[in-house]
Write a protein that binds this ligand. Sequence first.
Ligand code: FES
Length: 685
Amino acid sequence: MDQKVSGGKDPLVLFMPSGRRGRFKKGTHVLEAARQLGVYVESVCGGRGICGRCQIEVQEGNFAKHGITSANSHISAFGAKEKRYADKRDLKDGRRLSCSATIEGDLVVDVPQDVQVNAQIVRKAADTRLIARNPAIQMCYVEVEGPDMHKPLGDLDRLKQALERDWGFSDIIVDQHVLPQVQSILRAGKWTVTAAIHKDMETARPSLIALYPGLKNEAYGIACDIGSTTIAMHLSSLLSGLTIASAGTSNPQIRFGEDLMSRVSYVMMNPDGCEAMTKAVHIALNGLIEEVCAESGVDPTDILDAVFVGNPIMHHLFLGIDPTELGGAPFALAVSGAVHSWASDLSLALNDGTRVYMLPCIAGHVGADAAAATLSEGPHRQDEMMLLVDVGTNAEIVLGNKKRVVAASSPTGPAFEGAEISCGQRAAPGAIERVRIDPETLEPRVRIIGVDAWSDEPAFAAMAEKSGVTGVCGSGIIEVIAEMYLAGIITEDGVVNGALAERSPRIIQDGRTFSYVLWEGDTRLTITQNDVRAIQLAKAALYAGIKLLMDKQGIDHVDRIGFAGAFGSFIDPKYAMVLGLIPDCRLDKVKAVGNAAGTGARMALLNRDYRREIEQTVTEIEKIETALEPKFQEHFVDAMALPNKIDPFPMLAEEVKLPEKAEPAIVTEGAGGGRRRRESRRRRD
Ligand code: FES
C-alpha cells in the first residue's frame, strides 16, 4: 500500500514485511511514520524511550524494485533516549528505537516480529510461525496529573484524560473490578500507571480491563484448541508475539463418552450432564493454565486475552450451552458467529478483566476448529484449489481457493484412531507406526513408537524390550492396509486373499475369512478381514465427503492437500493416497499442517485483523450437509475399493506401482463375514 504523506522530494520510507510505504518530511520519527501508514509497531511507553517495544532495523542496500537506496546514514544518529535505554537494557546491534530515531533519507525499515525485552524461554517445539501483531489488548503507559483541590476531577477521570491525550482513547468503559483499585494503584505508581485497554473492533468503545502501577511492559494471551480427545494450549506474549509455553492434556469429558455423539447422548440422558461436562473442561483448562504459567514463570493474572476453538460440541460445552440440538438434523448451533466473553464467567483462573474470544463455527458439524484451520492455512487466500482435512471421529473438510470455499464433515468413526481395529491402540510407545511388506515373501518389517530402528535391524530387539510391541496405532493401520494392498494380500475390494495361505504362514484362516499376521511375539497382532472393512468404511466416508465437495467445485483433482491434526502429522501421504483416503494429488503437494486449528487460534489471539478475516470468510463458506446429498451414498460405495472403484489416481501411479485392477465382476465379503455377490459396476476409468 502506497501513501503519499508529503511532497515528492521528501524521503521515501518502505516498511517490511508489510510493504507499506510513503514519503515523510525529514525529522519525522520512524514510529510516527509507521502509525500514519497503519504499520503495527508496538509501544507501551508512548514514545518515552523506556519500554523498548518499538524496535526497528534499517535494511541497507539498493532496493531497485522499490527505487530506494537505504543506509544507516539515512536515519538519525543514536539519540539520548536510545543511549539511556541501551545502557539499562539490552538493545541488539543494529536495532533502533523508532520513537527516538528520525527519518533523514530514503529508508527500508524492517519491523521485527520478535522484539523481546524480558528474558523468557521461548518454546521452539510449538509452531514458531511468526504472526504479524495487532492484538485486541494494548498496554498504555501514562503519567497522570496528581490531585488538585482547585480542580476536583476524580483520579479515574484524570487517568482517562491522560489516556485520551497520549493514546487517543476516548469514551473508555472501565471494568467494575478495576474501580476499587484505581486510587491505590495510581499512588503506588507515583502517578504513573500502565492501563490494559481492550478494543477488539474498530467501532467498539475501548475498555480499561486492568491497571498496573508504573510501567508494565508485558501482557500475555492464551490460544487453546479444545479437541474431543485432547486439549492443547499455547501461552504467547501479546507484545512480542512469541509462544513461550505450551501444554496439552486429554479431554476429561472422555469419561462421559468416547466420541462426540456419546457425549451428546450423555447430556440428553442426564439432567446435569451438560453442567458436569462444562465443569470438567473448565477444570482441565485451569490445569493447563497452571502448567503453562509454571513453565514460563508468568503470573496467570498477566494473561489478559484468551482465544478458544473447538468443534461445535466442544464449543458449546465450553460455553455451558446444551449441545442436544447438535445431536440430530438440522444440527442447529445455538450460536454460529464469533463469541466475545469474559474468562471470569467461564470459571477460568485468570485476571478478572481477561477477555475471551471464540472463533465462529462454520456449520453444525464443522466447528470453530475448522474455521481456525482455514484461517491458518488460508485456502481462501490462494489461487490453487486446496483441500484441508482434519481427520477425527468426525472429519472436517474444507475445499476451495480465493474464488469459492465449500465445507462439510464426514462421519469417519474412530477407526483411524485405532478403535474398532482388533489390534488397534492409541499412539503410545510400543505401537506399530510404520509397516513395509515384501511383495515376494509377504514378510513384514515394522517400526514402533519410541524405537528408532526397523524390526529387521539388529538393534531393534534390545531397543523394543522395554515397551514391547503392543498394537497398531492410526498411522500404522493406514500403512499396513495400504502395504497389504500393494503386496497383493488384499484385493482392490479389500478381501484378504486366502489363496496366499499356501505361500505364506502369515495368511491364516479365521472362520470363513482370512487374516494377516503382522507381528508374532509375546503378543500376536493380526489384521483381520473385519479390520480391513472398518478402515474401508472410514476412508470411504471421508473420501465420499471430499468427492461431494469436489463435485460442488466442479473439479476432478485438487492442487494441494493439508492434513491437519495429530493424525495428519504422522500419516504418510503416499499410503493415505494408496488407500484412497484422499484424492489424487502430487505427493509433494500433500503436507501435514500440524495443529492448524491451534495456529489459527494464535493468529486470532495476536492479530484482531485475523478475527475479522475469519468472521467474514465463514459467512462466505458454502456448507454442504453430506447426509442430505443424494450422491454421497454412490461416492461412498465407489470409495470402498482401493484406492477407488472409478476414480483414477494417475499422479499417484507415477510414484507408486499400483496393482492391476481386477475384472469388474467381484465377489465381496460382507462386514459381518457373510458372502454376497454384488452386481459389477461398469468401470469408468
Ligand atoms: Fe517505548 Fe519507544 S515506544 S521505547
